[in-house]
Every structure is written in C-alpha cells, then in structure tokens.
Design a protein around this ligand. Structure first.
Ligand code: ME8
Length: 517
C-alpha cells in the first residue's frame, strides 16, 4: 500500500558555473530527509534540477561563444552527475528548458493574469545582472570604481528602464502575514521567519515579472518580445514536476510540497513571491520553506577570486560519498552556517565512522564469524547491561524521528552516535573475547546484543550514509524488505541461527596519501 505522500525539493541551481559544495550540501541534506521519510513509510517525491534561463546564462554563453541552449545542455548534466555521485535519490531532475516546464510556466502566468494580478507598465530601477534582481535605492552603497553596488551581495547595479509586466505583489502583504501567523511552521528556521515577516510588514511593492532586453527565457504568453523574469519561471519548477497544469495528472497528488529546502539567500523568493504567485493562481501553498545556512571554506565565503571553490566531484573521489554526506550533515547544524576543511573532514571520518561504528561492526561480526559458526548467536536470558543497551537502541527510531521532524538533522545523527558510543562502552566492558573461554553462553549474549544494536543503527543511518548502511544491513542478513523504521525495536529482533555473510569493513580509515607510501 502506498504511504502518505511527502514531497521535498531542493532549489534549482544556476548552471552558469560548475557545481560547487553549496549545491552538494543542499542536495545531500534534502536527500537525507527524503530517505528518512521513505524508510518511515511515506511515498516520497523528491526533485532537484537546474535553473537555466535569464540574462546571466545568456551572457555567460555569449562569452563562451556558444548559444545559451548549447551552454546549458553542456552544464546541466554536470549537476545531475554530481547529485548521482552523492548518491542522491531524486525522482525528477528538472531543467527549466524542459518542454513541460515551459508549458507549466505559461499556464501559471495565465492564471495570475486571469486573476487580475498582471498588468503592463514601465520599469525603471537599479538592476544587478549577477543577482538577477532589482534593488531599492536604500539597498545600495558606493562601489570601488565609483559605481553603485548592492550592499548585501556586493554586485554592481545599473540603471535599467524597460516596458515590463508587473505582478500585483502589493495586494498580497496582508494575506501573506496572515498565512505566516496561522502557519508558524511555514518558514524555518525562526531567524528566517522573522526576517521575512519584517520584510513583508514594511510593505510590498509590485514586482516586475517580464523582460524585453534579452530573449533567453520563457516567452510571456500573448506578449511578443517579453520573456518571464527568471524567478517566475524558476519557482514554477516545483509544480511542473507535479504535472501542472494538468491537475488530473497522477503526479498532481504530490502537490503541495511538504518542504522546499533552499539556502538562506533565496528565502524571500520562496516565502514571499512564491506563495503570492500560488495564491493568485488559486493553488495550494507549500507547507514549509526552510533556509539552510552556507557552507564556508575555513570561514571564508567561496569565490573564484579567492580560489577556494571546491569541486564536489573531487571531494567524492577523495573521501567517498558517504563520508562526505556524514560530515556535512553532522558538522553543520542544519539552518546555520558551517565550516569545512580537510582536517575537520578527516577527523570526523576517522573518529565517528571508521573507529566508532566501523570498528565496532568489524570486531563484533568477526567474533561471530569465528566463534558462533557465522550465525546470529543465542541471546540467552538478557542481563541488565544487555537490556539497558537494547532499550537505548529501541528508543532510537523515535528520537531520530522527533529530530528529523524538526529538521534537526545534526541532532538525529548525534542521537544515533550516542548509542554507538554506548555500544562501544558496553562491548569494551563486557570483554566478549575473555568470555569466549570462561562463559561462551555469555559471550554469545554479548555478541547478540551488539549485533542487534548494530541492526538498529544500520536501519537508522540509511538516510545519511546509504551505501555503508546497506553493507552493514547485508552483513547482518537483514532482508531488503525489513529495512524500514518500523522494524527497529523488539518485535523484529535478529533471529538466532540466521547465517551471516563473511564480515567486511564498512568504513575504511582515511589515510593521507603521503603517509601511505
Ligand atoms: O539561487 N552553501 O541558484 P544557485 C550552501 N537558481 N548553500 C549554498 C551555497 C553555499 N556556499 N551557495 C549557494 C539559485 N547555495 C536559483 C534558485 S530556486 C527556484 C532558484 C545554495 O545556483 C543557494 O542558497 O545560486 C541555493 O539554495 C542553491 O544553492 C542554488 O544556488
């Protein structure tokens, strides 16, 4: 039976440069949530993709001496390949140049127009090509070369005047504020909700939603010469994937999205413009928009000029997808900024993955292979220490679910690793290697308990380190159909006597290439 639908999206990336670690971080986080929901019984629909229109892309393509189409056709597969290399389980990779997306954007436009929210006027204002955004006078400061720059992003702005269609955003302020008040979970984390609420309270201006100065965009229906402002087309990607405008499409049950995972810099577009467009079109609003923090290289924002733009494909090659996923999810409190460095990544990999979990699995499973005929041992009558540890393992699914419901991914991982630490203390304290000679039945009980805790941990880590979790659950002979969260706990314990495959390491240590030689 299909579970309750759960729809989750990442932002769609601008493919005007190659993917960077910020893109990797976002898709990893969204994937962890998607996978968690899947093993928790939801029918998940998870989308990611590329945002391919707009002046910036057109200019970058021109510089490269190719058409925008050829340019994005070359770049989009690199974003897809990155998500795949990170083992992200997206259901659709949407490109805004996909034919169904053009149709969907035009249909949304028509609905907003039919509702009286689109009108033709003239736009004059300070525009930043880099940000694809207009700025108010109050948002500008003097730039280094005498021109003006946007204070927030430091990008140059130019005075632009053009005929433009406008969206009546000013009419939606009260409705948006009412929505935020009635749905406290609509914007997260709290800092972002406060920021958006004060922005809307200050009063909204109508939004210029078409451009005539370039042509690389979705044509405005019935208005030759106008293409849509890239954000109108970009935000629409979320409903295109759900089959819009065909509300009879089976995918339409995936709308509204439960969660848009985006970076903090684009919260305004998702929590102000997007819900206003949807209200205008008479469509349901997403349930939550969550603005995660930025990943910084040793505290510095990545930029090509600083030379610290890290290629995520390279990171996957050096550390592996699971360790990289684990690092960013564990190290960075979800919703806050975080740092990464080679040292920090290696510390995490070697301490948490190789030592704490990897060694425990390797040592206990090797003992089972050698001393218990390679079969799940007999638990006997559990001692107090066994019961105490199992109780902690049994409580894990509930604790992790509670953390994930709050999008506290780092807390979910902390809970899991607290049980791993407890299991290590237990294993060391029980000394099954000594019991082997003095009390084989007790040794069997200790190994059983350890294996059962590893089963709980294996189930729980699937969303975060999917390939390693699969290996661990294989080593415990947990059948493919028994890897959902409802299987954690006493009702589905390992069955004594079950034959186990030969043990194999799940998390190799990271060894510096120089030290290896
Ligand atoms: O904003 N750390 O695309 P984009 C973490 N096309 N996240 C980061 C980051 C960093 N250092 N740098 C960027 C766009 N991001 C639009 C989105 S959605 C309808 C349109 C995040 O390629 C950023 O916040 O600039 C955004 O969520 C995503 O990466 C794509 O950024």
């Amino acid at each position: 039976m299909a579970g309750q639908p759960y729809t989750i999206t990442t932002a769609i990336s601008y493919p005007n440069g190659v993917p960077h670690i910020g893109h990797a971080y976002e898709v990893i986080a969204a994937d962890a949530i998607a996978r968690f929901k899947r093993i928790d019984g939801f029918e998940v629909f998870f989308t990611t993709g590329t945002d391919e229109h707009g002046l910036k892309i057109q200019q970058t393509a021109a510089k490269a001496g190719i058409t925008p189409r050829a340019f994005v056709d070359g770049m989009a597969p690199r974003f897809r390949a990155m998500a795949e290399a990170l083992n992200c389980s997206f259901d659709r990779f949407i490109r805004t140049t996909d034919p169904d997306h053009i149709a969907s954007s035009q249909a949304l436009w028509r609905r907003m127009e039919a509702n009286g929210d689109i009108y033709l006027s003239k736009y004059a204002g300070w525009y930043s090509v880099r940000d694809e955004a207009y700025y108010d006078e109050s948002e500008l400061v003097a730039g280094p070369d005498g021109g003006r720059i946007a204070e927030k992003t430091g990008t140059p702005v130019e005075w632009v005047e053009e005929e433009s269609y406008f969206f009546r955003l000013s009419a939606y302020g009260e409705r948006l504020l009412a929505h935020y008040a009635e749905n406290p979970g609509f914007i997260g984390p709290d800092t972002r909700r406060n920021e958006v609420t004060s922005f809307v309270r200050a009063g909204l201006q109508d939004l210029s939603v078409s451009r005539t100065t370039f042509d690389w965009g979705v044509p405005v229906p019935g208005a030759p010469g106008h293409v849509m402002y890239v954000w109108v087309d970009a935000l629409t990607n979320y409903i295109t994937s759900c089959g819009f405008p065909d509300e009879a499409d089976p995918r339409w049950r995936h709308w509204p999205a439960d969660l848009h995972v985006i970076g903090k810099d684009i919260i305004r577009f998702h929590a102000v413009y997007w819900p206003a467009f949807l209200m205008s079109a008479g469509l349901a609003l997403p349930k939550t928009v969550f603005g995660h923090g930025f990943l910084l290289n040793k505290g510095e924002k990545m930029s090509k000029s600083v030379g610290n733009v890290v290629d995520p494909m390279n990171l996957v090659q050096v550390y592996g997808a699971d360790p990289l996923r684990y690092f960013v999810l564990r190290e960075v409190p979800f919703g806050q900024d975080g740092n990464y460095s080679h040292e920090a990544i290696v510390n995490r990999i070697n301490a948490d993955l190789a030592n704490d979990l990897g060694n425990l699995a390797q040592r206990s499973l090797t003992m089972i292979a050698r001393n218990c005929d390679g079969r799940v041992p007999e638990p006997g009558i559990p001692a107090e220490a066994d019961r105490a540890l199992l109780a902690q393992a049994d409580a894990l699914a509930g604790k992790a679910r509670a953390a994930m419901d709050e999008l506290a991914i780092h807390h979910a991982l902390a809970e899991i690793w607290a049980v791993v630490a407890e299991a290590n203390r237990y294993f060391a304290g029980q000394e099954p290697w000594t019991l082997r000679k003095t009390d084989p039945a007790r040794m069997a009980a200790v190994l059983y308990t350890t294996a059962e805790v590893l089963r709980a941990v294996g189930l729980l880590v699937q969303p975060f380190v999917p390939a390693a979790a699969e290996k661990l659950l294989d080593l415990l002979a947990v059948p493919a159909g028994a890897r959902t969260l409802d299987r954690a706990g006493p009702a589905h314990r390992l069955v004594p006597g079950t034959a186990l495959p030969a043990p194999a390491p799940i998390f190799p240590r990271y060894v510096e290439p120089a030290a290896e030689a």
